[in-house]
Write a protein that binds this ligand. Structure first.
Ligand code: AMP
Length: 319
């Protein structure tokens, strides 16, 4: 277990040890209010950031937290494996839980507070009755193969944004941001849309994908790949880089070539490769085949390698 001090340690001043561990919403709010107050200068707004994660952290998450650290005064990272976004209970059960290692990585990345609640803290009355719907944005791509995934994701992100936001009695004005990885492009588009549609007072920031030196997008699921499968999975990023290079040269994307490249790898079972509008995720038929590439787009790809489902993507143009 982590040695981070509990906020109930008799009101002693906050120890220099970071990150501080909050197990309940009340602890999170107490710690956040104290850190926002510490170091406040006059009425200058304090910058507060949330980085939601499911733990099993790797350098991709580390990068996300560093981006938040660089631009904010107080950085909260949530670590919660949300059962509502798993359509397959076996997938939920085997999702890696590595809190001790996560706390070390988060200490290194400069997180101030780690909010790691039990399920009973997040869903005290069991699964929530009232749900958010991700609408048609959540039905395609990942949503098509994981029904309910994005609605379940929204259930927790909506709550986390609320819990980690400016405490009700914040002693100073607060500017609130949340950081999401471009890695989960569909999730990012849906969260942006939720924040806009429901007028959440938070700024959403996207952080580029962190890859292995060979090009594999870092993912908590990569640990389930054998060395041979990890090597085979590189074909996904190669296909994306091929399309990126063509887009940069304003050449026709010829998406079929990228599909053929992936199909040439027998260990990789392609689910989809699609060029879409980055906000609406609607396919961009005109931009992906013979006509020279212009404008902005996003290529989404998903595949199965053995038992592991991998997703990756590549923004094209200025997107
Ligand atoms: P997860 O815990 O895997 O659901 O991810 C938590 C956050 O980290 C999400 O916003 C992800 O998009 C982001 N993330 C995961 N992998 C990467 C990566 N390789 N590069 C950048 N961000 C990532």
């Amino acid at each position: 277990m982590n040695s981070a001090p509990s906020p109930h340690d008799g009101g002693t001043p906050l120890a220099p040890t970071r990150p501080l561990l909050a197990r309940t919403v009340a602890e999170l709010r107490t710690l956040s209010a104290r850190l926002l107050e510490e170091g406040a200068v006059g009425g200058t707004p304090r910058r507060l950031a949330l980085v939601p994660t499911m733990g099993a952290l790797h350098e991709g998450h580390g990068h996300l937290v560093r981006a938040a650290r660089a631009a904010n005064d107080v950085v909260v990272v949530s670590v919660f494996v949300n059962p509502l976004q798993f359509d397959d209970p076996a997938d939920y059960d085997r999702y890696p839980r590595t809190l001790d290692a996560d706390l070390e990585l988060l200490d290194d990345a400069g997180a101030d507070i780690v909010f790691a609640p039990e399920e009973s803290e997040v869903y005290p009355d069991g699964p929530p009755l009232v749900r958010l719907s991700s609408g048609k944005l959540g039905e395609k791509f990942e949503g098509a193969s994981r029904p309910g995934h994005f609605d379940g994701m929204l259930a927790v992100v909506a709550q986390l944004l609320h819990h980690a936001g400016p405490p009700p009695l914040a002693p100073v004005p607060v500017e609130y941001s949340a950081y999401f990885g471009q890695k989960d492009a569909q999730q990012l588009a849906i969260v942006r849309r939720m924040v806009a549609d429901l007028a959440y007072p938070v700024r959403i920031h996207a952080v580029p994908i962190v890859r292995s030196p060979e090009g594999l997008a870092l993912s908590s699921r990569n640990r389930f790949l054998s060395p041979e499968q990890a090597e085979a999975a590189l074909v996904l990023s190669r296909a994306l880089f091929l399309l990126r290079d063509r887009a940069q040269a304003h050449e026709p994307l010829m998406v079929d070539d990228a599909e053929a490249l992936i199909a040439s790898q027998p260990l990789v079972d392609l689910d989809y490769l699609e060029v879409v509008d980055p906000d609406t995720l609607e396919p961009l038929a005109f931009n992906c085949r013979e006509t020279p590439f212009t404008g902005t787009a996003l290529v989404l790809v998903a595949a199965r390698v053995g038992n592991v489902r991998l997703i990756d993507n590549m923004p094209l143009g200025d997107s």
